[in-house]
Design a protein around this ligand. Structure first.
Ligand SMILES: Nc1ncnc2c1ncn2[C@@H]1O[C@H](COP(=O)(O)OP(=O)(O)OP(=O)(O)O)[C@@H](O)[C@H]1O
Ligand SMILES: [Mg+2]
Length: 145
């Protein structure tokens, strides 16, 4: 992932500070984990990085670009931030197979068929789910989902 910088990021919901002046630098290609008790603001932080939640205060930079700044009035919409986000609750289409669920996003990005096939094969191999391509989400275990 690219470099992500959070400067003094705060999110207040009805006088409750879900995230309180968070300063964090995630370097390019770092793998990081947010660890903390339930309700400490992990999901809210991820949602603000993705652009699904608007911070009350602060600044967010992705790959050197300011995607949010309360002061400068910048708020780049989620689809233009080029960040992926896997929700805590599965967001899978129940009427589509595993293969269709995986290719859906790439088809929407208008990738060509060969590129989609290559990427999908690589991904399914990496996740060790090659044999489940034709199954529906309800036919998988939680982890496989
Ligand atoms: N839309 C909302 N409206 C009001 N309060 C909210 C909203 N979303 C989150 N909160 C509150 O903000 C705080 C942080 O929530 P958040 O979902 O970020 O926690 P979390 O660290 O992801 O917790 P968990 O480990 O349980 O998933 C909590 O106190 C929560 O109740
Ligand atoms: Mg959470």
């Amino acid at each position: 992932m690219p470099e992500i910088i959070l400067k003094n990021v705060t999110k207040t919901f009805d006088h409750i500070n879900a995230v309180d002046h968070l300063n964090l630098t995630i370097r390019d290609r770092d793998f990081i984990t947010l660890l903390g008790p339930s309700g400490c603001g992990k999901t809210t932080t991820l949602r603000m990085i993705a652009g699904l939640e608007t911070p009350t205060e602060g600044e967010i930079l992705i790959d050197g670009e300011t995607v949010f700044s309360a002061e400068k009035g910048i708020d780049v919409p989620p689809q233009k931030r080029n960040v992926g986000f896997l929700f805590q609750n599965y967001a899978l289409w129940p009427h589509m197979t595993v293969l269709q669920n995986i290719t859906f996003g790439l088809e929407n990005l208008k990738w060509d068929k060969d590129k989609i096939r290559q990427r999908t094969e690589k991904l399914m191999k990496m996740l060790k789910i090659e044999e489940y391509g034709n199954r529906y989400p309800a036919e998988l275990s939680g982890g496989q989902q």
